[in-house]
Write a protein that binds this ligand. Sequence first.
Ligand code: SF4
Length: 183
Amino acid sequence: MEYTVEQIRAEISICDYVRDYVDFGETQERCSHCSDYGKTWSCPPFDFDPVDFWNAFDVLQVYGYRLTYSGERTLKEMEDALWKEKERLDAELRAMEPLYPGSTSLSLGSCRLCKACTRAEGGTCRHPELVRHSIESVGGNVGKTLKDLCGIEIEWAKDGKLPEHFVLVGGLLRKENGNETSY
Ligand code: SF4
């Protein structure tokens, strides 16, 4: 199996994003079926209002990768490649934070920093300063975001046929005055 990686980029004001793409009730319902729901501090339910979280910033930069697969492959091989690229994208997004003062990255999936998250045991987070939320965990509609802002439809395995593409999407939430700093 071979695959190529294409960069996904888009930018939208938080005001427009919250109005047109954020519906926490809807995403929380979907998240509630996930095994990570309520099991890590990066996932809902939260003790804060997700809309307040978005509104602390001015701009959402959408960052992602679109993987295009070719050749003979299994779903497992595709997912292995996806996990590898997910780690690369997560690291890329975190590395952008210092370049934009006041920014925070939006991760891909739930927090995996510790071997076992303390939330399930009722403890407190070991590294709250390092926890990042995914777009969907705080109410962002990823499918609509990709379709409207990037012209990309999410593909799924269907009727035993594997998709040609997988997509990874995270982002960077920036303050308006948080221009890029070069070091
Ligand atoms: S940093 Fe550790 S304790 Fe905190 S959310 Fe992540 S896995 Fe859980």
